[in-house]
Design a binder for this molecule. Structure first.
Ligand code: FEO
Length: 396
């Protein structure tokens, strides 16, 4: 990303990781790459907001130097210390040794552990103001968006919220503002980000959104992806919706099958759902789809239908991986239909239920030995119909 002006004397100086395809090294597939955004404010005190991932030191330093000699940076605000934002911290410290560093106490502890240095450190208290010239920055405590150390930084003068991971999207682009890219792709990436990174922290996010309503915000400048300018209301509404227990009239069906019996059950249930024409539906054979998309679909689905064959007295591995993430989401009361097939013991269905005790309300479960026969498949179809009708009547 070349340097770009956001507003008078406020620059985007971050970098683009075009080829990054996984975030956190797990199943969050970043098929559009990633940006590590950083912002430079030219005021009486030259202020850098966040840094970038390691491997991008030279480009990042060049970006800053193209505006002002990096040694002139007076203040570095560390909103979050996860390595995608702090990987170059140690290097940057050596280049601006006199800079004052501002971050939360948890950020301080994290930097010591990661890099063995904190520079000229000042611990930020929630709500603290810092005058940097004609601008005053306010630091908002936002723990778990998305680590305990997080904060947002707000510039009253510019009405810019520097939101770090909040409102981020993994979307490598040479564009700067939301208006410059396809709206649906942007919103889809924002949703993927929420479902795969922030969903476990719904209640904390909801609380912070009500605080943000008291600020006048013209620009949200996250540390990943596009800057929100035209669509601030839209993304705020989406965050309110995703962090609530509200959902769409939609069912997400996910299954993993060994010898196609569980798949046959899935298809009978799905046919029943479709025949009612009562709800939207997304169907995923988990071995042929990305967990990234499945979690995104489940985020706003009223109904979950989950199935696995039993293998070694447990759930099949891809489904187990999905549940590993799903059980930690802040999802509640999702009406669920669980199903599976087995040879001799049949633990998978009960194990799915046990893993999701705090997330679901069990509507029904089906567990069929070996291969479903015609009558059993008809019953699955009927169950799918009844489930869809129930889902369509739910008011939330
Ligand atoms: Fe973008 Fe929590 O790091």
């Amino acid at each position: 990303m070349s340097v770009k002006l956001i507003k008078k004397d406020v620059y985007s100086v971050g970098v683009v990781d075009w080829n990054k395809r996984h975030f956190h090294k797990y199943e969050y597939k970043t098929r559009r790459g990633i940006t590590y955004n950083s912002y430079l404010i030219i005021d009486e005190k030259i202020t850098l907001i966040d840094t970038v991932s390691n491997g991008f030191e030279n480009e990042f330093i060049e970006n800053i130097n193209s505006i002002i000699k990096i040694s002139k940076v007076d203040i570095i605000v560390i909103n979050h210390t996860e390595p995608d934002h702090s990987g170059v911290f140690k290097k940057i410290l050596t280049l601006c040794p006199n800079a004052k560093i501002y971050g939360t106490e948890k950020a301080r502890l994290s930097l010591i552990k990661y890099y063995g240095c904190i520079g000229n450190w000042f611990t930020v208290q929630a709500g603290m103001n810092l005058k940097i010239g004609k601008r005053t920055l306010t630091f908002l405590s936002t723990p778990m968006i998305h680590w305990p150390d997080n904060m947002f930084t707000y510039s009253y003068y510019d009405r810019i919220l520097f939101s770090n991971d909040g409102f981020g999207q993994h979307y490598a682009t040479d564009k700067l503002f939301d208006i410059e890219v396809d709206y649906n792709i942007l919103m889809n990436e924002a949703k993927n980000y929420y479902a795969n990174i922030l969903w476990p922290f719904n209640s904390l996010i909801k609380a912070k959104l009500s605080i943000l309503e008291t600020f006048k915000i013209d620009i949200i400048a996250p540390s990943h992806g596009l800057i929100w300018y035209k669509y601030i209301d839209d993304i705020m509404k989406k965050y309110l919706f995703w962090s609530s227990d509200k959902c769409h009239n939609k069912i997400t069906v996910v299954y993993e099958t060994m010898w196609y019996s569980t798949e046959k059950i899935a298809k009978s249930i799905v046919n029943g759902i479709v025949e009612t024409k009562k709800t939207k539906l997304n169907l995923f054979d988990i071995t042929k789809n990305d967990t990234t998309d499945i979690l995104s679909s489940m985020l706003d689905s009223k109904g979950w239908v989950l199935g696995s064959s039993t293998c070694n007295r447990n759930i099949l591995p891809s489904m187990l991986e999905l549940l590993f993430f799903l059980k930690e989401t802040d999802s509640k009361n999702r009406l669920s239909l669980l199903f599976g097939s087995y040879g001799w013991s049949g633990e998978a269905v009960k194990n799915i239920e046990n893993m999701l005790l705090k997330n679901i309300v069990l509507y029904s479960s089906v567990n069929i030995v070996f291969k479903p026969n015609k009558k059993e498949l008809e019953e699955c179809n009927k169950l799918g119909k009844l489930f869809a009708i129930n889902i369509s009547k739910l008011k939330y």
